[in-house]
Write a protein that binds this ligand. Structure first.
Ligand code: NAP
Ligand code: MG
Length: 404
């Protein structure tokens, strides 16, 4: 069989630990035998980030802006323990945070569904994609533990030094707490554009929710910004695609999500997205089956798995033990990126290959061949047996070869 041709490279971001091990097996078994793979390779493994003083992360993000599509392996975000373990000269920042900041992107997370694993919520039939505005709000807030009686005020001074706003937050008669959060119009606008673009790209309705009835300036700004951008730039395209933009209050959204059958994107403010994405992914089954894509407002895409580097499995792997780490979300990062590359470059064969690789994954799971983490989640009446990661990937390859 002749290999499928590519014209523009993908930005390939390698990573750490167990997912780095799987990365190579996935490429060797499921991609390179079938695709004449073109990538611009960036090693975001912690050793290389240390060596380049994290310049490699910045370079990889800029390359994503240049080529439009990236695929990323999970990476270690250093903490104190990692600084010692890897003898780091600095506690380098989260690569995902750095890439997101450079692309001004929004992260969309969606579960991979299979027949034998039923969501905890019975009526969910299709994936629910959560878009989290990962900027500002309580994550960048200034807080103060009020120790005693006194007055807390909200003050704004413009750049010329004149005070244009002052209001009492609370006249404390006892100790308490205060918090000052902010967000920026350009960040909210980027968030809105990424959401509308991704809804169009995936032909799904877009839901957005805030608490604008209570938060009449802050959340209201989010609501109005989305509506204004939608009306001005996306309404016609949504109509042409037959998809809808739907705004509702966060509490109403939660109730509707639970009653729905899924199949839409739910855009959330930072905190709501943090909490709801954990709830939705747990209810769908497993973090190992959760895909993630960062979409920039100008239409660049970076695909990855939602999970981390699966450290505990890696330590067992280093001891020579067999591991049954689930490669599904990482394989889907590759299929997502290859399909997007195919769409951008008009390479239909590449899109078809991505579809077939995903179908081969699902077929393998439907045959009952799975990694350990999934076996325990299978509903009664379905066959399932656990295999190790390499056996699982080889079983996918067998199914893929039959379909090509
Ligand atoms: P994790 O790597 O997602 O793993 C947490 C646990 O979830 C694992 O121990 C495993 O449970 C289960 N799990 C996750 N993915 C799995 C898979 N593919 N197959 C089977 N089981 C899976 O999270 P973590 O242990 O909190 O973090 C490890 C490292 O990853 C950290 O250094 C963190 O900074 C990094 N991280 C990176 C990203 C990213 O690059 N996007 C995201 C999150 C975390 P069992 O042990 O019970 O089998
Ligand atoms: Mg969370």
């Amino acid at each position: 069989m002749e290999k499928i041709k590519m014209t523009t490279p993908l930005v390939e971001m390698d990573g750490d630990e167990m997912t780095r091990i799987l990365w190579k097996v996935i490429k060797d078994e499921l991609i390179i035998p079938f695709v004449d793979l073109k990538t611009e390779y960036y090693d975001l493994g912690l050793l290389e980030r240390e060596k380049t003083k994290d310049q490699v992360t910045i370079d990889s993000a800029n390359a994503t802006k240049k080529y439009g599509v990236a695929v990323k392996c999970a990476t270690i975000t250093p903490n104190k323990q990692r600084v010692e373990e890897y003898n780091l000269s600095e506690m380098w920042k989260s690569p995902n945070g750095t890439i997101r900041a450079i692309l001004h992107g929004t992260v969309f997370r969606a579960p991979i569904l299979i027949d034998s694993i039923k969501p905890v919520v019975r009526n969910w039939k299709k994936p629910i994609t959560i878009a989290r505005h990962a900027y500002g709000d309580i994550y960048k807030a200034t807080e103060y533990r009020v120790p005693t009686e006194g007055k807390a005020e909200l003050v704004f001074t413009d750049k010329d030094g004149s005070e244009t706003f002052r209001k009492t937050i609370y006249d404390f008669e006892c100790p308490g707490v205060i918090q000052g959060s902010y967000n920026k119009d350009n960040s909210i606008r980027s968030f809105a554009h990424s959401c509308f673009k991704y809804a169009l790209a995936t032909s799904q309705d877009l839901w957005f929710s805030t608490k604008d009835t209570i938060s009449k300036q802050y959340d209201q700004t989010f609501k109005l910004t989305f509506q204004e951008i939608f009306d001005a730039e996306y309404k016609t395209q949504f109509e042409e695609k037959g998809i809808k933009y739907f705004y509702t209050l966060i509490d109403d959204a939660v109730a509707r999500v639970i009653r729905s059958e899924g199949g839409y994107i739910w855009a959330c403010k930072n905190y709501d997205g943090d909490v709801m994405s954990d709830m939705v992914s747990t209810a769908f089954g497993s973090l190992a089956m959760m895909t993630s894509v960062l979409v920039s407002p100008d239409g660049n895409y970076e695909y990855e798995a939602a999970h981390g580097t699966v450290t505990q499995h890696y330590y067992r792997y280093l001891k020579g033990e067999e591991t049954s780490t689930n490669p599904m979300a990482t394989i889907y990062a590759w299929t997502g990126a290859l399909r997007k590359r195919g769409e951008m470059d008009n390479l239909n064969d590449l899109c078809v290959f991505a579809d077939k690789l995903e179908a081969a994954c699902i077929e393998t799971l439907n045959q009952g061949t799975m990694t350990k983490d999934l076996v325990g989640l299978v509903s009664p009446g379905f066959e399932a047996h656990a295999v190790n990661s390499t056996e699982f990937i080889k079983a996918i390859r067998t199914n893929l070869e039959k379909s090509l």
